[in-house]
Design a protein around this ligand. Structure first.
Ligand SMILES: [Zn+2]
Length: 433
């Protein structure tokens, strides 16, 4: 029996993933079937709280080899590959909605809960991670799968909860989350920054651990939520080892999740038109030199293969990534991935591949006249003229510019990355700055 929830958090307190800890506590006589899930949904959705994450678990009577995937309140939590029995749906809904009612924040969120004996159609996930999804469509998909739902406020969380159950992992990563003792919630976290810095080196399958540019651990939240830290990676086993390596305050509970983080699942690759509220992969030719706007945002315009002109931006928080964008020149060919923003109509670059570098000329001097004097500029784009003999010339003396960008992939520093963005490390591509 699947239980899923979304939008139970507020920007300052609680977090949806903690609900899984409380759900596990609420069903002590049942086992987890498979890993709990964290499913990130379309990051372009305007009403998201922090990371637009939904959670889901599947409970039943464990069958097969149960593996320890966490600890809740001093008890080991096991996940089983199969189930030989299911709890009653109505009873599950009753208990789970009580958990939601107790823990969900309702000041500025729209919590939703879904209980489903089967998974809704996979297309529901696909649409929810890439588009703006309608609540009624999600409810219908839940009902088609024999499920039921419960909501607080407007219940927008039902959309994400339904999608989290519908997700069939193709590409997937793991996240190990540790939770703090309740009496410490809201106080500064005690964790060894030095050990966090070593994670990439000691556990190579982990990613997005430490932001070298900001000199800050990226695994520790800044909010007052119950999470102590969360380590992400491709190997569940290494994540447990990594947790054991980090000295910190007492971990009250920890859980291993399967997630769609770092998979680029939100990117639409096959498109005819760019619509705000979704994220795309766009390939095109740079049509003029990039420019920097107030606030340090860097813009570049491309002519794409299937649509006239796209304006793309690397915003200030992407820090050194902007240098690569700024170094582009007219005629270069690039691939950019990112969200098309509603307010500006620009594509917010999450990742870039430089495919081709065009020869770029820079002016070295005004043209030399046949009489031996340097010509003077007549005016912007009007060429040059010799003051002595009147000879005219269009082009100045130039040389090939030495480029400061090379072909290959570029990505922003860790702290500026989206949860869903696939890090270059996962693409077996070394990070460049
Ligand atoms: Zn002359």
């Amino acid at each position: 029996m699947y239980i899923a929830a979304d939008d139970t958090d507020s920007p300052t307190w609680m977090c949806t993933t903690y609900l899984v800890v409380e759900l596990i506590r609420a069903f002590p006589e049942w086992d987890l079937i498979g890993l709990p899930r964290i499913v990130r949904l379309n990051p372009a959705v305007p009403w998201k709280t922090r990371g637009n994450a939904a959670v889901a678990i599947n409970i039943g009577r464990g069958k097969g080899d149960g593996r320890i995937i966490g600890e809740v309140g001093g008890r080991a939590v096991r996940a089983f590959p199969d189930s030989s029995g299911e709890p009653d749906q109505e009873e599950v809904m009753e208990r789970a909605s009580a958990v939601l009612g107790k823990w969900a924040q309702t000041d500025d969120s729209d919590p939703g809960l879904v209980v489903c004996p089967r998974r809704p159609d996979a297309s529901l996930y696909q649409r929810t991670v890439t588009r703006i999804m309608d609540r009624e469509v999600a409810i219908r998909a839940v009902q088609d799968a024999g499920g039921s739902y419960f909501q607080l406020n407007k219940g927008r969380g039902i959309i994400g909860a339904a999608a989290a159950v519908a997700w069939r992992p193709v590409d997937r990563t793991f996240e190990l989350l540790t939770y703090r003792q309740q009496e410490l919630w809201g106080t500064p976290r005690n964790i060894s920054v030095e050990e966090v810095r070593r994670l990439d080196q000691d556990f190579p399958s982990t990613f997005n651990n430490y932001d070298v540019e900001a000199e800050r651990p990226a695994i520790v939240p800044h909010t007052t939520c119950p999470i102590l830290y969360g380590i992400r990676g491709d190997s569940a086993f290494e994540l447990v080892m990594a947790m054991r390596s980090i000295p910190s305050e007492t971990v009250e509970s920890w859980l291993l999740f399967i997630t769609n983080q770092g998979t680029d699942d939100h990117i639409i690759r096959d498109w005819k038109e760019l619509t705000p509220g979704s994220s795309y992969e766009v390939v095109g030719e740079v049509i003029r030199k990039p420019w920097t706007m107030r606030g340090g945002h860097v813009f570049v315009e491309l002519r794409t293969d299937n649509c006239p002109v796209v304006k793309a931006a690397a915003y200030e928080p992407s820090k050194s990534f902007r240098d690569a964008v700024r170094a582009l020149r007219r005629g270069d060919r690039i691939r950019v991935l990112g969200e098309v923003r509603e307010d500006l109509g620009t594509l917010n670059i999450e990742k870039m591949e430089v495919l081709y570098l065009a020869p770029s000329k820079i002016k070295t001097a005004n043209p030399l006249c046949q009489c031996g004097r340097r010509m003077k500029s007549v005016g912007a784009n009007q060429g040059y003229r010799c003051r002595k003999c009147g000879t005219r010339a269009r082009e100045a003396e130039t040389e090939l510019e030495e480029r400061t960008v090379s072909t290959g992939w570029y990505e922003p520093p860790v702290c500026a990355r989206r949860h869903l963005s696939k890090p270059l490390k996962r693409m077996d591509i070394p990070h460049r700055r």
